[in-house]
Ligand binder design. Structure first.
Ligand code: GDD
Ligand code: MG
Length: 344
């Protein structure tokens, strides 16, 4: 899934180049790293689902990363993750995948430091998914984050746990309670499930969505190396995330714990968290002079940026926009993007 907008990483993440297409850690773009993470797993050609606006960017990144065969599925407009995954499942069926084929659903904008641990978790999840569970990967929470889904563990299954309850993005109080209880994991937003099982669940909980996605794939047309879904059919598709549309409702969801240095790099402070820091706790990229500066992230793209006597800041310089924010306020960056949108 490579169709998100990544607004909290503005001004580096832009409409025409959202975060999944950025090289934030100097190790290839997040999309390229996501595909590289599959190497060694017994997968068929990955299906990349993105907005048609980004097709050449994506094609170029795939070419540069030497991942081998991929299928590029284009959405005329984003309808969130539940339809995107349905398109993927239907496309896999259309391309001849067996009915019981498993679908490994990954977000193109996550960082996973320990690839071996990730692959081991995927392998552990296979029998559960084959039995018909919708499997999600669960991260041990370290803070009362409100930007994630929470999973309450139920009884132990072979390789994980049955899910007692799935709660997408709780409020701060609830998240704090969940953290304290020790019974909850974060939903990583990655899933393993039988394609037919997911489509069946969607048909049950969101039949309009399934019908629109089926029509969009039936009417899909090849264009160069891309597959364009039928725009008219897809425009009739309701918008919803897999979490609200399916995971919160389905009785057979399982969770497999994952400890692999996972981060969804939702914001500048989370990028700071996972990056290597200098002895003052700074993460400095580009042409930067940092004097008496601590625990700060400075990113310069075009000009020399100097900081003196500051701490706990994020400073991001690009050609046409500069962001300065306190690290603990950086969730609000998306509001800037909303204002910009309103101004046209
Ligand atoms: N193709 C496509 N089309 N991809 C999409 C679309 C769409 O319309 N919308 C989102 N995506 C992609 C994003 O690029 C991202 O890779 C992934 O789907 C997840 O979407 P987000 O919008 O980033 O979801 P979220 O972060 O708010 O929440 C999800 O992820 C969290 C972990 O990062 C949920 O699954 C949460 O429960 C979870 O904790
Ligand atoms: Mg996300």
């Amino acid at each position: 899934m490579a169709g998100g907008s990544g607004t909290r990483l503005w001004p580096l993440s832009r409409r025409l180049r959202p975060k999944q297409f950025l090289d934030l850690l100097g190790e290839g773009t997040l999309l390229q790293q996501t595909l590289a993470r599959l190497e060694g797993l017994p997968c068929t050609a990955p299906i990349v689902i993105c907005n048609e606006e980004h097709r050449f960017l994506v094609a170029e990144q795939l070419r540069a990363s030497e991942v081998g065969d991929t299928c590029l599925l284009l959405e005329p407009e984003g309808r969130n993750t539940a339809p995107a995954i349905a398109l993927g499942a239907l496309q896999a069926e259309r391309a001849g995948a067996e009915e019981s084929a498993l679908l490994l659903v990954l977000a193109a904008d996550h960082v996973i430091q320990d690839v071996d641990a990730f692959q081991a978790a995927v392998r552990r999840a296979v029998p559960l998914a084959a039995q018909g569970h919708l499997v999600t990967f669960g991260i041990v929470p370290s803070r009362a984050e409100t930007g994630y889904g929470y999973i309450q563990r139920g009884k132990a299954l072979d390789a994980g746990f049955a899910v007692q309850r799935f709660v997408e993005k709780p409020d701060a109080q609830t998240a704090a309670r969940y953290l304290e209880s020790g019974e909850y994991l974060w939903n990583s937003g990655m899933f393993l499930m039988r394609a037919d099982r997911y489509l069946g669940a969607l048909g049950q909980y969101a039949p309009d969505m399934l019908a629109a996605c089926e029509a969009a794939i039936e009417g899909a047309a090849a264009d160069l190396d891309f597959i364009r879904v039928d725009a008219e059919a897809f425009s009739r598709c309701p918008s919803d995330s897999i979490d609200y549309a399916v995971m919160e409702k389905d009785p057979r969801v399982a969770v497999v714990p994952l400890q692999a240095g996972w981060s969804d790099i939702g914001s500048w402070s989370s990028l700071w968290e996972i990056s290597d820091k200098d002895q003052d706790g700074n993460v400095l990229t580009g042409d930067v002079i940092a004097d008496t500066t601590r625990n700060t992230l400075v990113h310069s793209s075009h000009r020399l940026v100097a900081t003196v006597g500051v701490e706990d800041l994020v400073v991001v310089e690009t050609k046409d926009a500069v962001l300065i924010t306190r690290k603990d306020q950086d969730q609000r960056v998306k509001l800037v993007v909303e204002q910009l949108k309103q101004q046209g």
